[in-house]
Design a protein around this ligand. Structure first.
Ligand SMILES: [Zn+2]
Length: 309
């Protein structure tokens, strides 16, 4: 009898130690993910924009001090103790992701190249990444409207969630849109699930805002791996790059931007600019009317990205 009680006592002791250890581990984890969430929410894209290595260098090196993804897997482990048949406490599972596997993105609604412009025209596309926001994106929309020009916006899910009405305005005014991930992650550094999650979360924000899923996607920093390419293809999306980089995020002056576009403009040119992510985007806004005039004077028809060959 005494022996049984001793064993029970010992068992309860071990049990409570394990419970206490697990609880504190869980608490630490929860605290970390909350603070990550808070920093992540603050202004991840601005963070990227100020990064000297830049948002879209194509170099693939981001120097990412930026946002850790707020995973559903952080701090969510309710399973403090697993009991086996003998009801002996065992160590909680470590490093086992609890996020359900996401394999596919929804089929896009937006059809690529719905209307092909006349053959023989010199076509060029203006593209604006990282928005929408209520400052630069709306200024850019005003200019495009005034000039009667359509452009393409590659939007970030987090920004869409904050400014759904601006995304609505973009599509209402006839511009094309594409998915530019949820929070501007370097996709070449993520595994399949991470890549799909980035696109999926942005898809969800876009769908919530305007009710459609875009077919075009653009990778932040132009950083793509074979996995990214394969996933994009499998999910019926079109990966859009660029061939004229204004480096507006890095502080190219308005006049240098105009000179550069004059020099580099070419048929089927895809011009990369930004509508958010850096204070330098104000130069883009300043240069935009002159850029549009210049391209039209050079004989270009400005089209959306999906209309380029
Ligand atoms: Zn970007």
């Amino acid at each position: 009898m005494k022996k049984v009680r001793q064993r029970r006592f010992l068992f309860l002791g071990v049990l409570s130690i394990v419970v206490i250890m697990s609880l504190s581990a869980c608490g630490a984890k929860g605290g970390l993910s909350l603070s990550t969430l808070l920093t992540g929410e603050k202004n991840p894209i601005v963070d990227n924009g100020n990064n000297e290595k830049g948002p879209e260098t194509g170099s693939g090196t981001t120097g990412d001090g930026d946002i850790v993804i707020i995973g559903n897997n952080g701090g969510k482990d309710g399973d403090i103790i697993h009991g086996d048949v003998d009801n002996k406490p065992v160590e909680p599972d470590k490093g086992k992701p609890e996020v359900p596997v996401i394999e596919k993105l929804d089929k896009p609604d937006q059809v690529i190249a719905a209307s092909k412009p006349d053959k023989g025209k010199k076509l060029i596309a203006l593209t604006f990444d990282d928005g929408p926001d209520k400052r630069y994106t709306t200024d850019i929309l005003d200019i495009l409207k005034e000039k009667g020009v359509k452009a393409t916006f590659f939007v970030v899910g987090q920004q869409v969630a904050k400014n759904p009405e601006v995304l609505q305005r973009i599509v209402d005014e006839g511009h094309a849109i594409g998915n530019h991930t949820n929070n501007h992650k370097d996709l070449s550094k993520l595994d399949e699930q991470g890549i799909i999650e980035q696109f999926k979360e942005a898809d969800n924000a876009i769908k919530e805002a305007i009710g459609i899923t875009p077919a075009m996607v653009r990778a932040p920093y132009g950083a793509v791996s074979d996995t990214v390419k394969a996933l994009v293809k499998e999910n019926h999306r079109e990966l859009i790059g660029w061939n004229i980089d204004t480096r507006d995020w890095a502080g190219t002056s308005s006049s240098d931007m105009i000179k550069m576009i004059k020099k580099e403009a070419k048929p089927n040119g895809m011009i990369l600019m930004h509508s958010f992510g850096s204070k330098h985007v104000k130069n883009t806004v300043h240069a935009l009317p002159a850029i549009i005039d210049l391209l039209e004077n050079m004989g270009y028809t400005l089209v959306t990205a999906d209309q380029l060959a």
